[in-house]
Design a protein around this ligand. Structure first.
Ligand code: 0X9
Ligand code: ZN
Length: 453
Protein backbone atom coordinates (compact mmCIF):
# COMPACT_ATOMS: atom_id res chain seq x y z
CA UNK A 1 0.00 0.00 0.00
CA UNK A 2 2.84 2.37 0.91
CA UNK A 3 4.49 1.59 -2.41
CA UNK A 4 1.31 2.52 -4.20
CA UNK A 5 1.11 5.73 -2.22
CA UNK A 6 4.65 6.58 -3.20
CA UNK A 7 3.93 5.90 -6.86
CA UNK A 8 0.81 7.97 -6.60
CA UNK A 9 2.65 10.86 -5.02
CA UNK A 10 5.31 10.87 -7.69
CA UNK A 11 2.69 10.53 -10.39
CA UNK A 12 0.60 13.35 -9.05
CA UNK A 13 3.65 15.60 -8.84
CA UNK A 14 4.58 14.65 -12.41
CA UNK A 15 1.08 15.34 -13.67
CA UNK A 16 1.01 18.72 -12.03
CA UNK A 17 4.39 19.64 -13.35
CA UNK A 18 3.12 19.58 -16.90
CA UNK A 19 0.54 21.53 -18.78
CA UNK A 20 0.01 23.30 -22.00
CA UNK A 21 0.37 26.82 -23.25
CA UNK A 22 -3.17 27.12 -24.49
CA UNK A 23 -5.98 24.71 -24.37
CA UNK A 24 -6.35 22.70 -27.53
CA UNK A 25 -9.65 22.93 -29.34
CA UNK A 26 -12.57 22.29 -27.03
CA UNK A 27 -14.72 20.97 -29.88
CA UNK A 28 -15.71 17.46 -28.84
CA UNK A 29 -13.44 17.58 -25.79
CA UNK A 30 -14.65 15.42 -22.89
CA UNK A 31 -13.94 15.50 -19.17
CA UNK A 32 -13.26 12.09 -17.63
CA UNK A 33 -12.88 11.16 -13.99
CA UNK A 34 -10.69 8.05 -13.72
CA UNK A 35 -9.99 6.00 -10.64
CA UNK A 36 -6.81 3.98 -10.40
CA UNK A 37 -5.13 1.78 -7.82
CA UNK A 38 -2.23 -0.24 -9.20
CA UNK A 39 1.27 0.94 -10.14
CA UNK A 40 0.65 -0.32 -13.70
CA UNK A 41 -2.39 1.86 -13.99
CA UNK A 42 -0.45 4.88 -12.71
CA UNK A 43 2.25 4.46 -15.29
CA UNK A 44 -0.30 3.99 -18.01
CA UNK A 45 -1.89 7.36 -17.19
CA UNK A 46 1.52 8.93 -16.82
CA UNK A 47 2.22 8.23 -20.49
CA UNK A 48 -0.34 10.85 -21.40
CA UNK A 49 0.93 13.64 -19.21
CA UNK A 50 2.93 15.32 -21.99
CA UNK A 51 0.38 14.64 -24.67
CA UNK A 52 -1.11 17.96 -25.85
CA UNK A 53 -4.51 16.27 -26.21
CA UNK A 54 -4.70 15.72 -22.45
CA UNK A 55 -5.09 18.19 -19.60
CA UNK A 56 -5.00 16.68 -16.13
CA UNK A 57 -7.06 19.25 -14.24
CA UNK A 58 -7.24 17.46 -10.92
CA UNK A 59 -5.18 14.70 -9.35
CA UNK A 60 -5.43 12.88 -6.09
CA UNK A 61 -3.90 9.66 -4.87
CA UNK A 62 -6.64 7.54 -6.35
CA UNK A 63 -8.25 9.53 -9.12
CA UNK A 64 -7.53 11.94 -11.90
CA UNK A 65 -9.84 14.24 -13.79
CA UNK A 66 -8.64 14.81 -17.30
CA UNK A 67 -9.86 16.78 -20.30
CA UNK A 68 -9.28 14.84 -23.52
CA UNK A 69 -9.55 16.24 -27.04
CA UNK A 70 -11.98 14.76 -29.58
CA UNK A 71 -9.32 13.06 -31.69
CA UNK A 72 -7.92 11.12 -28.71
CA UNK A 73 -10.98 10.31 -26.67
CA UNK A 74 -12.23 7.04 -28.19
CA UNK A 75 -8.84 5.37 -28.29
CA UNK A 76 -8.13 6.49 -24.71
CA UNK A 77 -11.43 5.13 -23.40
CA UNK A 78 -10.73 1.82 -25.06
CA UNK A 79 -7.37 1.69 -23.35
CA UNK A 80 -8.93 2.40 -19.95
CA UNK A 81 -11.42 -0.40 -20.49
CA UNK A 82 -8.69 -2.84 -21.56
CA UNK A 83 -6.85 -2.08 -18.32
CA UNK A 84 -10.00 -2.31 -16.24
CA UNK A 85 -9.87 1.27 -15.09
CA UNK A 86 -13.17 2.75 -14.05
CA UNK A 87 -14.03 6.10 -15.49
CA UNK A 88 -17.00 8.40 -15.64
CA UNK A 89 -17.64 10.91 -18.38
CA UNK A 90 -18.16 14.06 -16.36
CA UNK A 91 -18.70 16.43 -19.27
CA UNK A 92 -19.81 14.98 -22.63
CA UNK A 93 -18.85 18.06 -24.62
CA UNK A 94 -16.69 20.70 -22.96
CA UNK A 95 -17.03 23.10 -25.89
CA UNK A 96 -20.81 22.93 -25.86
CA UNK A 97 -20.94 23.45 -22.08
CA UNK A 98 -18.58 26.42 -22.12
CA UNK A 99 -20.46 28.01 -25.03
CA UNK A 100 -23.84 27.50 -23.35
CA UNK A 101 -22.51 28.94 -20.12
CA UNK A 102 -21.23 32.05 -21.93
CA UNK A 103 -24.67 32.61 -23.41
CA UNK A 104 -26.34 32.05 -20.03
CA UNK A 105 -23.94 34.54 -18.48
CA UNK A 106 -24.95 37.16 -21.02
CA UNK A 107 -28.65 36.50 -20.51
CA UNK A 108 -28.37 36.82 -16.74
CA UNK A 109 -26.24 39.93 -17.10
CA UNK A 110 -28.89 41.58 -19.29
CA UNK A 111 -31.64 40.59 -16.88
CA UNK A 112 -29.70 42.16 -14.05
CA UNK A 113 -28.98 45.31 -16.08
CA UNK A 114 -32.72 45.80 -16.61
CA UNK A 115 -33.47 45.81 -12.91
CA UNK A 116 -33.30 49.14 -11.16
CA UNK A 117 -32.11 47.35 -8.08
CA UNK A 118 -28.81 46.45 -9.64
CA UNK A 119 -28.10 49.71 -11.46
CA UNK A 120 -25.80 50.83 -8.69
CA UNK A 121 -23.47 47.86 -8.99
CA UNK A 122 -25.20 45.40 -6.74
CA UNK A 123 -24.77 41.79 -7.84
CA UNK A 124 -27.54 39.22 -8.27
CA UNK A 125 -25.10 36.29 -7.92
CA UNK A 126 -26.94 34.55 -10.74
CA UNK A 127 -23.89 34.76 -13.00
CA UNK A 128 -20.14 35.02 -12.52
CA UNK A 129 -19.14 38.69 -12.47
CA UNK A 130 -16.20 39.80 -14.58
CA UNK A 131 -13.38 41.98 -13.20
CA UNK A 132 -15.22 45.25 -13.89
CA UNK A 133 -18.42 43.98 -12.29
CA UNK A 134 -16.49 42.86 -9.22
CA UNK A 135 -15.05 46.36 -8.85
CA UNK A 136 -18.44 47.99 -9.38
CA UNK A 137 -19.86 45.76 -6.69
CA UNK A 138 -17.04 46.71 -4.30
CA UNK A 139 -17.75 50.39 -4.91
CA UNK A 140 -21.47 49.78 -4.41
CA UNK A 141 -20.69 48.23 -1.02
CA UNK A 142 -18.65 51.24 0.10
CA UNK A 143 -21.51 53.55 -0.91
CA UNK A 144 -24.22 51.44 0.68
CA UNK A 145 -22.43 50.57 3.91
CA UNK A 146 -20.47 53.80 4.34
CA UNK A 147 -19.56 53.25 7.97
CA UNK A 148 -18.43 49.68 7.54
CA UNK A 149 -17.01 49.06 4.07
CA UNK A 150 -13.95 50.74 2.58
CA UNK A 151 -11.51 49.91 -0.20
CA UNK A 152 -7.75 49.69 -0.05
CA UNK A 153 -6.00 49.69 -3.42
CA UNK A 154 -2.94 47.52 -2.97
CA UNK A 155 -1.41 48.09 -6.41
CA UNK A 156 -1.80 47.17 -10.05
CA UNK A 157 -1.59 43.80 -11.75
CA UNK A 158 0.89 43.04 -14.53
CA UNK A 159 -1.59 44.39 -17.09
CA UNK A 160 -2.30 47.39 -14.85
CA UNK A 161 -5.64 46.37 -13.40
CA UNK A 162 -6.11 47.81 -9.98
CA UNK A 163 -6.27 45.34 -7.10
CA UNK A 164 -8.69 46.28 -4.36
CA UNK A 165 -9.04 44.84 -0.88
CA UNK A 166 -12.43 45.34 0.73
CA UNK A 167 -12.15 46.18 4.41
CA UNK A 168 -15.13 45.58 6.66
CA UNK A 169 -14.82 47.14 10.05
CA UNK A 170 -17.10 48.67 12.64
CA UNK A 171 -14.20 50.68 14.01
CA UNK A 172 -12.24 50.44 17.22
CA UNK A 173 -8.59 49.66 17.68
CA UNK A 174 -6.67 46.41 18.07
CA UNK A 175 -9.27 44.07 16.69
CA UNK A 176 -8.12 40.75 15.26
CA UNK A 177 -8.64 40.40 11.50
CA UNK A 178 -9.47 37.62 9.08
CA UNK A 179 -8.03 37.86 5.57
CA UNK A 180 -9.68 36.17 2.58
CA UNK A 181 -8.45 35.99 -0.99
CA UNK A 182 -9.78 34.23 -4.05
CA UNK A 183 -9.10 33.85 -7.72
CA UNK A 184 -5.35 33.27 -7.75
CA UNK A 185 -6.23 30.59 -10.30
CA UNK A 186 -8.10 32.32 -13.09
CA UNK A 187 -10.48 29.56 -14.17
CA UNK A 188 -11.73 28.81 -10.65
CA UNK A 189 -14.67 31.17 -10.98
CA UNK A 190 -16.61 29.87 -8.01
CA UNK A 191 -13.89 31.20 -5.66
CA UNK A 192 -14.29 34.98 -6.19
CA UNK A 193 -18.07 34.57 -6.43
CA UNK A 194 -18.18 32.71 -3.10
CA UNK A 195 -15.96 35.26 -1.36
CA UNK A 196 -18.24 38.06 -2.54
CA UNK A 197 -21.46 36.26 -1.76
CA UNK A 198 -20.25 35.64 1.79
CA UNK A 199 -19.53 39.36 2.10
CA UNK A 200 -23.08 39.98 0.90
CA UNK A 201 -24.46 37.61 3.53
CA UNK A 202 -22.38 39.23 6.23
CA UNK A 203 -23.47 42.76 5.40
CA UNK A 204 -27.12 41.93 4.89
CA UNK A 205 -27.87 39.49 7.67
CA UNK A 206 -24.86 38.78 9.84
CA UNK A 207 -23.43 42.05 11.09
CA UNK A 208 -22.62 40.32 14.36
CA UNK A 209 -19.56 38.91 12.59
CA UNK A 210 -18.25 42.45 12.29
CA UNK A 211 -18.42 43.45 15.92
CA UNK A 212 -15.21 41.97 17.20
CA UNK A 213 -13.30 41.15 14.05
CA UNK A 214 -12.13 43.18 11.04
CA UNK A 215 -12.27 41.53 7.64
CA UNK A 216 -10.08 42.00 4.58
CA UNK A 217 -11.30 40.48 1.33
CA UNK A 218 -9.33 40.43 -1.91
CA UNK A 219 -11.84 38.81 -4.28
CA UNK A 220 -9.61 38.62 -7.36
CA UNK A 221 -5.93 38.00 -6.66
CA UNK A 222 -5.16 37.36 -10.35
CA UNK A 223 -7.20 40.02 -12.19
CA UNK A 224 -5.44 39.59 -15.56
CA UNK A 225 -5.96 35.84 -15.67
CA UNK A 226 -9.53 36.20 -14.43
CA UNK A 227 -10.37 38.78 -17.09
CA UNK A 228 -8.71 36.59 -19.73
CA UNK A 229 -11.01 33.67 -18.86
CA UNK A 230 -13.99 36.02 -19.17
CA UNK A 231 -12.84 37.52 -22.47
CA UNK A 232 -13.65 34.54 -24.68
CA UNK A 233 -14.95 31.01 -24.24
CA UNK A 234 -11.71 29.75 -25.82
CA UNK A 235 -9.78 31.12 -22.80
CA UNK A 236 -12.18 29.80 -20.16
CA UNK A 237 -9.72 27.22 -18.79
CA UNK A 238 -6.71 29.52 -18.30
CA UNK A 239 -5.18 29.10 -14.82
CA UNK A 240 -2.07 31.29 -14.50
CA UNK A 241 -1.27 34.98 -14.41
CA UNK A 242 -0.69 36.71 -17.76
CA UNK A 243 2.86 37.94 -17.25
CA UNK A 244 5.41 37.61 -20.00
CA UNK A 245 8.53 36.02 -18.60
CA UNK A 246 10.41 36.02 -21.89
CA UNK A 247 9.21 32.66 -23.14
CA UNK A 248 6.71 31.95 -25.90
CA UNK A 249 4.38 30.80 -23.14
CA UNK A 250 2.77 33.33 -20.85
CA UNK A 251 1.88 33.30 -17.19
CA UNK A 252 2.99 31.88 -13.86
CA UNK A 253 1.06 29.67 -11.46
CA UNK A 254 0.54 32.19 -8.66
CA UNK A 255 0.23 29.38 -6.15
CA UNK A 256 3.76 28.11 -6.84
CA UNK A 257 5.31 31.57 -6.72
CA UNK A 258 5.52 32.42 -3.01
CA UNK A 259 8.83 32.48 -1.23
CA UNK A 260 8.23 29.32 0.71
CA UNK A 261 10.23 26.26 -0.32
CA UNK A 262 9.99 27.73 -3.81
CA UNK A 263 10.45 25.12 -6.59
CA UNK A 264 11.28 22.28 -4.24
CA UNK A 265 8.40 19.94 -5.13
CA UNK A 266 5.24 19.79 -7.26
CA UNK A 267 6.15 22.88 -9.25
CA UNK A 268 7.59 23.33 -12.72
CA UNK A 269 10.44 25.38 -14.18
CA UNK A 270 8.87 25.11 -17.64
CA UNK A 271 7.15 28.40 -18.58
CA UNK A 272 4.66 26.42 -20.67
CA UNK A 273 3.52 24.35 -17.69
CA UNK A 274 0.35 25.14 -15.79
CA UNK A 275 2.35 24.88 -12.57
CA UNK A 276 5.23 27.11 -13.68
CA UNK A 277 6.64 28.61 -10.47
CA UNK A 278 8.01 31.72 -12.22
CA UNK A 279 11.63 32.82 -12.78
CA UNK A 280 12.06 33.58 -9.06
CA UNK A 281 9.97 33.69 -5.88
CA UNK A 282 7.50 36.57 -5.92
CA UNK A 283 8.17 37.29 -9.58
CA UNK A 284 4.45 38.01 -9.87
CA UNK A 285 3.52 41.57 -9.01
CA UNK A 286 0.07 40.49 -7.78
CA UNK A 287 1.70 38.23 -5.19
CA UNK A 288 4.09 41.02 -4.18
CA UNK A 289 1.10 43.25 -3.43
CA UNK A 290 -0.56 40.56 -1.35
CA UNK A 291 2.70 39.93 0.52
CA UNK A 292 3.19 43.63 1.31
CA UNK A 293 -0.42 44.09 2.40
CA UNK A 294 -0.30 41.13 4.77
CA UNK A 295 3.14 41.92 6.19
CA UNK A 296 2.00 45.46 6.99
CA UNK A 297 -0.77 43.95 9.13
CA UNK A 298 1.28 41.07 10.42
CA UNK A 299 0.17 41.07 14.03
CA UNK A 300 -3.46 41.86 13.28
CA UNK A 301 -4.36 39.14 10.79
CA UNK A 302 -5.11 35.99 12.75
CA UNK A 303 -6.54 33.81 10.01
CA UNK A 304 -5.67 33.55 6.32
CA UNK A 305 -8.19 31.88 4.01
CA UNK A 306 -7.59 31.37 0.31
CA UNK A 307 -10.37 30.14 -1.94
CA UNK A 308 -9.84 27.77 -4.84
CA UNK A 309 -11.72 25.09 -6.66
CA UNK A 310 -12.34 22.22 -6.85
CA UNK A 311 -12.66 19.01 -4.88
CA UNK A 312 -14.08 19.92 -1.46
CA UNK A 313 -10.96 20.12 0.67
CA UNK A 314 -10.05 22.20 3.69
CA UNK A 315 -6.27 22.17 3.52
CA UNK A 316 -3.64 23.57 5.82
CA UNK A 317 0.18 23.65 5.66
CA UNK A 318 2.39 22.15 4.56
CA UNK A 319 2.39 21.36 0.88
CA UNK A 320 6.12 20.69 0.60
CA UNK A 321 6.55 18.11 3.38
CA UNK A 322 4.49 15.34 4.88
CA UNK A 323 5.36 16.75 8.32
CA UNK A 324 2.50 18.51 10.00
CA UNK A 325 2.84 22.06 11.35
CA UNK A 326 3.60 22.58 15.02
CA UNK A 327 0.06 23.75 15.73
CA UNK A 328 -1.61 20.93 13.84
CA UNK A 329 -3.86 20.06 16.80
CA UNK A 330 -5.23 23.56 16.65
CA UNK A 331 -5.98 23.25 12.97
CA UNK A 332 -7.60 19.85 13.29
CA UNK A 333 -8.46 18.20 16.53
CA UNK A 334 -7.69 14.82 17.92
CA UNK A 335 -10.75 13.59 19.69
CA UNK A 336 -8.73 12.27 22.59
CA UNK A 337 -7.03 15.60 23.06
CA UNK A 338 -10.36 17.30 23.12
CA UNK A 339 -11.64 14.97 25.76
CA UNK A 340 -8.59 15.50 27.93
CA UNK A 341 -8.74 19.25 27.39
CA UNK A 342 -12.42 19.18 28.19
CA UNK A 343 -11.86 17.25 31.38
CA UNK A 344 -9.19 19.69 32.53
CA UNK A 345 -11.44 22.58 31.68
CA UNK A 346 -14.27 20.97 33.57
CA UNK A 347 -12.03 20.48 36.54
CA UNK A 348 -11.02 24.12 36.39
CA UNK A 349 -14.39 25.66 35.86
CA UNK A 350 -16.56 22.91 37.32
CA UNK A 351 -19.07 24.00 34.77
CA UNK A 352 -21.14 21.31 33.08
CA UNK A 353 -21.99 23.50 30.12
CA UNK A 354 -18.34 24.16 29.40
CA UNK A 355 -17.64 20.47 29.62
CA UNK A 356 -20.41 19.61 27.21
CA UNK A 357 -19.50 22.22 24.68
CA UNK A 358 -15.83 21.28 24.81
CA UNK A 359 -16.59 17.58 24.57
CA UNK A 360 -18.30 18.16 21.28
CA UNK A 361 -15.73 20.57 20.08
CA UNK A 362 -13.48 19.70 17.20
CA UNK A 363 -10.81 22.13 16.33
CA UNK A 364 -11.01 24.37 13.41
CA UNK A 365 -10.80 22.38 10.18
CA UNK A 366 -13.01 19.55 11.32
CA UNK A 367 -15.49 21.98 12.84
CA UNK A 368 -15.66 23.88 9.57
CA UNK A 369 -16.10 20.69 7.56
CA UNK A 370 -18.87 19.62 9.92
CA UNK A 371 -20.61 22.97 9.70
CA UNK A 372 -20.63 22.73 5.91
CA UNK A 373 -21.87 19.14 5.97
CA UNK A 374 -24.68 20.14 8.28
CA UNK A 375 -25.75 22.89 5.94
CA UNK A 376 -26.10 20.94 2.67
CA UNK A 377 -24.51 17.55 3.29
CA UNK A 378 -21.47 18.56 1.25
CA UNK A 379 -18.56 16.41 2.35
CA UNK A 380 -15.18 18.04 2.72
CA UNK A 381 -11.88 16.25 3.27
CA UNK A 382 -9.45 18.02 5.56
CA UNK A 383 -5.74 17.64 6.20
CA UNK A 384 -2.37 19.03 5.22
CA UNK A 385 -1.99 19.84 1.53
CA UNK A 386 0.79 17.29 1.14
CA UNK A 387 -1.03 14.48 2.87
CA UNK A 388 -4.63 15.12 1.87
CA UNK A 389 -4.08 16.34 -1.70
CA UNK A 390 -0.62 16.28 -3.23
CA UNK A 391 2.89 17.66 -2.61
CA UNK A 392 3.52 21.16 -3.89
CA UNK A 393 5.66 24.13 -2.96
CA UNK A 394 5.40 27.91 -3.02
CA UNK A 395 1.66 28.25 -2.25
CA UNK A 396 0.21 31.26 -0.49
CA UNK A 397 -1.09 29.46 2.61
CA UNK A 398 2.28 27.90 3.47
CA UNK A 399 3.86 31.34 3.08
CA UNK A 400 1.18 32.99 5.24
CA UNK A 401 1.82 30.57 8.07
CA UNK A 402 5.59 30.44 7.93
CA UNK A 403 6.62 33.90 6.75
CA UNK A 404 3.73 36.07 7.90
CA UNK A 405 3.29 34.15 11.15
CA UNK A 406 -0.45 33.57 10.69
CA UNK A 407 -1.18 30.45 12.66
CA UNK A 408 -4.57 29.75 11.12
CA UNK A 409 -3.96 29.30 7.41
CA UNK A 410 -6.34 27.39 5.14
CA UNK A 411 -6.93 26.64 1.49
CA UNK A 412 -10.54 25.91 0.60
CA UNK A 413 -11.10 23.83 -2.51
CA UNK A 414 -14.74 24.61 -3.16
CA UNK A 415 -17.10 22.11 -4.81
CA UNK A 416 -17.07 21.43 -8.54
CA UNK A 417 -20.00 19.02 -8.60
CA UNK A 418 -19.89 17.12 -11.87
CA UNK A 419 -18.51 20.15 -13.66
CA UNK A 420 -15.17 20.90 -12.01
CA UNK A 421 -14.17 24.48 -12.66
CA UNK A 422 -17.16 24.83 -15.02
CA UNK A 423 -19.59 24.80 -12.13
CA UNK A 424 -22.90 26.41 -13.22
CA UNK A 425 -23.61 29.86 -11.80
CA UNK A 426 -26.77 28.53 -10.16
CA UNK A 427 -24.39 27.00 -7.59
CA UNK A 428 -22.95 30.35 -6.44
CA UNK A 429 -25.57 30.92 -3.76
CA UNK A 430 -25.79 27.33 -2.43
CA UNK A 431 -21.99 27.08 -2.24
CA UNK A 432 -21.83 30.54 -0.66
CA UNK A 433 -24.42 29.66 1.96
CA UNK A 434 -22.76 26.42 3.02
CA UNK A 435 -19.24 27.90 3.00
CA UNK A 436 -20.50 30.76 5.11
CA UNK A 437 -21.12 28.22 7.87
CA UNK A 438 -17.37 27.50 7.94
CA UNK A 439 -16.69 31.21 8.00
CA UNK A 440 -18.90 31.60 11.07
CA UNK A 441 -16.98 28.84 12.83
CA UNK A 442 -13.66 30.47 11.93
CA UNK A 443 -14.94 33.82 13.15
CA UNK A 444 -16.09 32.27 16.41
CA UNK A 445 -12.70 30.67 16.92
CA UNK A 446 -10.78 33.86 16.17
CA UNK A 447 -13.07 35.85 18.44
CA UNK A 448 -12.78 33.52 21.38
CA UNK A 449 -9.03 33.25 21.01
CA UNK A 450 -7.98 36.76 20.08
CA UNK A 451 -10.70 39.34 20.67
CA UNK A 452 -10.91 41.33 23.86
CA UNK A 453 -14.19 40.66 25.62
O1 0X9 B 1 -2.49 23.05 -6.79
C1 0X9 B 1 -2.92 24.04 -6.19
O2 0X9 B 1 -2.37 25.13 -6.21
C2 0X9 B 1 -4.22 23.92 -5.39
N1 0X9 B 1 -5.18 23.12 -6.08
S1 0X9 B 1 -5.91 23.69 -7.41
O3 0X9 B 1 -6.70 22.62 -7.98
N2 0X9 B 1 -6.94 24.83 -6.97
O4 0X9 B 1 -4.94 24.23 -8.29
C3 0X9 B 1 -3.91 23.25 -4.08
C4 0X9 B 1 -2.95 23.97 -3.23
C5 0X9 B 1 -2.87 23.35 -1.91
N3 0X9 B 1 -1.54 23.13 -1.54
C6 0X9 B 1 -0.92 23.96 -0.70
N4 0X9 B 1 -1.50 25.01 -0.27
N5 0X9 B 1 0.29 23.62 -0.35
ZN1 ZN C 1 -6.61 26.75 -7.41
Amino acid sequence: MRVIFLFATIFVAAVLATGHQTHPSMQGMQSLSISYDTPEQFSLLKNYVDDPGFDFVRSTNDLVDVLVTADKIEEFKQLLEEHRMNYTVMIEDVHQLVTEQYIEQQVERRLQARSQDYASGRLSFTYYPNYTEVNEYLTYLTQTYKNIASLITIGNSYEKRSMKVLKLSTGGANKPAIFIDAGIHAREWIAPATALYMVDLMLQNHRDLLTKVDWYVLPVLNPDGYEYTHSSSANRLWRKTRSNTGSTCRGVDGNRNYDMQWMTIGASSDPCSDTYAGPKPFSEVENQHLRDFILTRKGQIKAYLTFHSYGQYILYPWGWTSNVPANEPELVSKLLMNIIASAIMHFVTNNIFTLLSLLFQRNLAIQCAQAIAKSRRTRYTYGTSYNALYPNSGPSDDWAMDKAGIKLSFTYELPGGNYGDLLPASEIKPVGIETFEALKVTHQYVTSKYASH
